[in-house]
Design a protein around this ligand. Structure first.
Ligand code: B12
Length: 326
């Protein structure tokens, strides 16, 4: 700064001071500015960033919400009152305790940090080896629910905080996709049984949805349930989903939607698809897109957690079982 620079205490704080005040790294602040349009610092005469007091306050609230376990994508860019409201819902800040056992699964949470460190070390072979070994050791279902799913979220968060570059996230996606695909193709072949009918499931995403890892995790769990899965990968036009469902005699179409998607567009696409699909074909949807769970959509089953898949398959089977009449 030089003598012509406005007094920073009036206009706002320089980035180093904001880092100190909020505990958010300078890189994170710059990444959020580009990615989420917040914070929006002013510039001094040298072009250096100056953060007005109200933005620093909001950043402090965001920091507390991140500490409570929320993701940047959910909170950065919200107004002060929405942030306050979210904080009230969180209760006192609880740091994650890695020694705690998950009450649903009885399993210890997997320590993700060593895997994140391998990604940061730019060693895809080591990452593939670590993930493949974990999959063999844990078994496919726990690998998906206890490791692949939280690791994917952790990679997304690390990217949002500026710890990972886009290329690092892409390498992770490639490697985990390969490991999951290999595990799915190593499962014993599907064998149809009239005693326990299982649905034939067509999996894909709509044209604007590029995120495919959730879909792959769903495919792995459905295959373990004995479902016959046909994946079209991501971004299939609605008309082609309908054609593929008919050509493959699918019982269910399963779609995944990320939080990037606009709620009204998602709901409109689902209504259109539902109208075009034969009535006998079920439509199951999941993923982190909030609009799926806000209001029921006619003829569509929305299930967010992966643990909901097994009961869904059982319910489908029970409706297809025909009992002999006495
Ligand atoms: C990998 C990735 C990408 C890759 C995807 C490549 C690929 N082959 O999949 C690429 C680079 C293409 C990408 C692009 C973008 N991404 Co991205 N991405 C991710 C990341 C790391 C993983 C995405 C994923 O597949 N998640 C799927 C699973 C793991 O998560 P889920 O949706 O919560 O679903 C769970 C369950 O609901 C269930 N489930 C999912 N589907 C279904 C379906 C059924 C039927 C059922 C029963 C269950 C079920 O399974 C999952 C289990 O955990 C996430 C981080 C994250 N937390 O997800 C960011 C993330 C989704 N991306 C994000 C962003 C911002 C983007 C971009 C806008 C970036 C940009 N500026 O270009 C674009 C948008 C692209 C688009 N139009 O879709 C943000 C979204 C923030 C927000 N707005 O909410 C995230 C959350 C990262 C972050 N923390 O900020 N991304």
């Amino acid at each position: 700064m030089n003598a012509n620079t406005p007094i920073t205490a009036e206009a706002g704080l320089p980035i180093a001071a904001v880092e100190r005040e909020t505990g958010l790294a300078k890189d994170t602040l710059r990444v959020w500015e580009k990615r989420y349009g917040f914070p929006q610092p002013l510039r001094d005469l040298n072009g250096d960033r100056l953060y007005p007091a109200d933005q620093v306050q909001r950043l402090q609230l965001i920091r507390r919400l991140l500490d409570a376990g929320l993701r940047p994508g959910k909170v950065v860019g919200l107004g002060s009152s929405e942030l306050q409201h979210l904080l009230e819902q969180q209760g006192p800040t609880q740091r994650k305790d890695s020694s705690r056992t998950d009450p649903d699964t009885g399993l210890q949470p997997v320590d993700l940090e060593p895997l994140l460190a391998i990604i940061a070390a730019h060693n895809p072979q080591a990452l593939r080896h670590a993930l493949h070994s974990a999959q063999m050791r844990m078994g496919l279902a726990p690998f998906v629910t206890e490791l692949a799913s939280p690791l994917t979220s952790a990679v997304g968060d690390a990217w949002a905080r500026g710890r990972f570059e886009v290329f690092e996230e892409h390498i992770f996606t490639e490697v985990i996709t390969g490991v999951l695909r290999q595990a799915i193709s190593s499962l014993p072949p599907f064998s149809a049984s009239t005693a326990f009918p299982r649905p034939k499931v067509l999996l894909t995403t709509v044209p604007q949805e590029l995120h495919g890892l959730g879909l792959l995790m769903v495919e792995a769990l459905l295959a373990l349930e004995g479902c016959n899965c046909v994946s079209l990968g991501t971004q299939t036009p609605l008309g082609d989903i309908v054609q593929a469902a008919q050509a493959h005699h699918a019982d269910v179409v399963a779609l995944s939607f990320s939080s990037v998607q606009s709620g009204p567009v998602v709901v409109a696409s689902l209504r259109e698809l539902r109208a075009q699909l034969p009535q006998r074909v079920d439509l199951w949807v999941g993923g982190s897109c909030a609009a799926l769970y806000q209001k029921p959509i006619d003829g569509i089953t929305a299930v967010q957690p992966l643990s909901a898949l097994s009961p869904l398959v059982t319910r489908w089977s029970s409706t297809r079982l025909s009992y002999p009449t006495p």
